[in-house]
Design a protein around this ligand. Structure first.
Ligand code: FAD
Length: 500
């Protein structure tokens, strides 16, 4: 039986393991942490449960598809619900907007609260759908590094309607043309942050993202985001996948003469002094950040430096607060906008620093999952965008985090007109340094490369390499970060590797 090793139990590694098990491989996953999921993990503290990373779930069919392809029933592994309210938005001048999942209702809500003609919203969402329909199959489900991707009906259709993609406008330019009100522009510009980019630089093509939330829907797994990880690990195990936790891969072994991988060197993550173990494999798939894969696991190989040096996506600073109160003003997803959006992105991408009046995102899973917080309490996941960690000592993270906490509390108290600070009874903090340490993603970037470049889609590393038997999956390679794309990368790898 041929053997495949997966380096990392991030969501893409977990999904790749399923694809390969279904193809008849004996699959082993090596994970440096003592838990699965990488960024998509959870933790408990003081009676509160928190999803540590992702909070927004779109395209659940990508998870269902894996279960069905494995010949299993979805209901035996995974369940989720569709959200009726997608987001609540708050501005400093007291404006509040509830975004319904029903597009007609949402358009009316925007007209009533922001003064934006509802036709503009409907026109925008229609064009968002058109962009998605033209490009999704091409960019998200195939390798961009194979000629056949460009010579088929889907590609021809996209090229024949290329003007609809607004390739030569930034997201902000496109949104400023379609919308009359600054707040509407800001609301839709925020979708650039869904892959860690700036709307003032990223191409208007990223306007496909609102289509996912507003037209296709936003969802929440019944037991929280971590349920995606748990369900797919269980599915893999049922198919025979073996998980090794606390096992750090130190090197990918290559037979230079045959230009093919022959195995990996693995070490116990907890015991530095232990010897590395050499294990033979026919296939190796790295779910580790591609930059670190080359630098740490393939130090003798020639790395594709140009691709590896592309700008990284933004990172995040998160305060997980156990709140000793309930805030009826909040929903599951809540956004508190900055007054100066452009300045915020300038600080993040040019200044490489936190912004003093950041846009704040709060996710409260206990609004839907009551067991996530003690009675009368709420579990707040409070996130602001952060630059990635430069690792050069120029960023004073500890001082910045203390200041950011105070800036966030003051802003929330101003807008909610309620005390926040006195209700925080438990706290954990995640910053770019810790994200890098825990998941190995370069500088703690959330989504691999940023899309702050018109050609970004073509500047991500392919899912295969020149070395026979070596493949890449996950947010740092094609087609990019975020759960749906990480799952797509796994599917592309699965399709590239032949059945045995
Ligand atoms: P990762 O999650 O990066 O995991 C990689 C794994 O590999 C880790 O477990 C790591 O320990 C392991 N590893 C690395 N090196 C080695 C080694 N040498 N040996 C063994 N194991 C190794 N996405 C969304 O879709 N919606 C959201 O709302 C969203 N919000 C986010 C919020 C935050 C705070 C964060 C951090 C991310 C968010 N994302 C969101 C992005 C999403 O989490 C990621 O794109 C996705 O989870 C990346 O998965 P991955 O498979 O690339 O692997």
């Amino acid at each position: 039986m041929k053997k495949a090793a997966i380096i990392g139990a991030g969501i893409a590694g977990i999904a790749t393991a399923i694809h390969l098990a279904n193809k008849g491989y004996k699959v082993e996953v090596f994970e440096a942490n003592n838990y699965a999921g990488g960024k998509l993990s959870e933790f408990w503290k003081d009676g509160f449960r928190y999803d540590a990373g992702p909070s927004l779930f779109t395209l659940p069919e990508r998870v269902e598809e894996l279960i069905l392809q494995s010949g299993k029933k979805v209901e035996d592994y995974f369940s989720y619900k569709k959200l009726e309210t997608i987001n609540k938005y708050f501005w400093e001048d007291g404006t509040k907007l509830e975004a319904s999942a029903d597009t007609e209702t949402f358009a009316k809500q925007v007209e009533a609260k922001l003064g934006e003609p509802k036709e503009n919203i409907l026109k925008f969402l229609k064009s968002s759908k058109e962009k998605y329909d033209l490009t999704a199959d091409l960019f998200l489900t195939r390798s961009l590094h194979k000629a056949e991707t460009y010579f088929n009906k889907t590609a021809l259709k996209a090229f024949s309607q290329i003007w609809k993609l607004e390739l030569f406008k930034t997201m902000n330019q496109a949104n400023s043309l379609i919308f009359e009100k600054e707040k509407t522009v800001q609301l839709f510009n925020r979708y650039a942050t869904y892959n860690g980019s700036s709307p003032y630089v990223a191409p208007a093509l990223l306007n496909v993202i609102p289509h996912l939330e507003f037209n296709k829907g936003a969802f929440l797994p019944t037991e929280g985001m971590f349920d995606i990880t748990k369900s797919l690990v269980k599915l893999g195990q049922d198919l025979g996948v073996i998980y090794h936790f606390d096992k750090k891969v130190e090197e990918i072994i290559i037979d230079k003469n045959q230009n093919k991988i022959t195995g990996i060197k693995v070490k116990d993550s907890k015991k530095e002094e232990t010897q590395t173990e050499e294990l033979d494999f026919d296939i190796v798939v790295s779910n580790m950040d591609v930059v670190h894969t080359y630098k740490k696991l393939l130090p003798k190989e020639k790395a594709p430096e140009f691709l590896l040096q592309q700008q990284k996506s933004s990172s995040a600073l998160i305060f997980y607060w156990g709140m000793n109160a309930e805030y009826k003003e909040l929903d599951l997803h809540n956004i508190f906008f900055t007054k100066e959006y452009k300045k915020e992105f300038n600080a993040l991408f040019n200044g490489k620093t936190l912004y003093e009046d950041p846009t704040i995102y709060i996710f409260v899973s206990s609004k839907h999952i009551k067991t996530d917080a003690p009675e009368g309490c709420e579990n707040w996941f409070v996130m602001i965008n952060a630059p990635h960690n430069l690792n050069d000592g120029s960023q004073d993270w500890d001082t910045w985090i203390k200041k950011a906490k105070q800036d966030i509390i003051k802003k929330l108290e101003r807008i909610l007109m309620r005390n926040v600070e006195e209700n925080i009874i438990s706290e954990s903090i995640l910053d770019p340094r810790k994200i890098e340490l825990r998941t190995s993603s370069l500088g703690g970037s959330l989504y691999g490369n940023s899309s702050n470049n018109r050609y970004a889609a073509f500047l991500r590393h392919a899912n295969f390499s020149k070395t026979k038997g070596l493949y890449f999956c996950g947010g740092s390679v094609h087609p990019g970060g975020g759960i749906p794309l990480a799952l797509s990368s796994a599917k592309i790898v699965g399709e590239m590797i032949e059945k045995i």
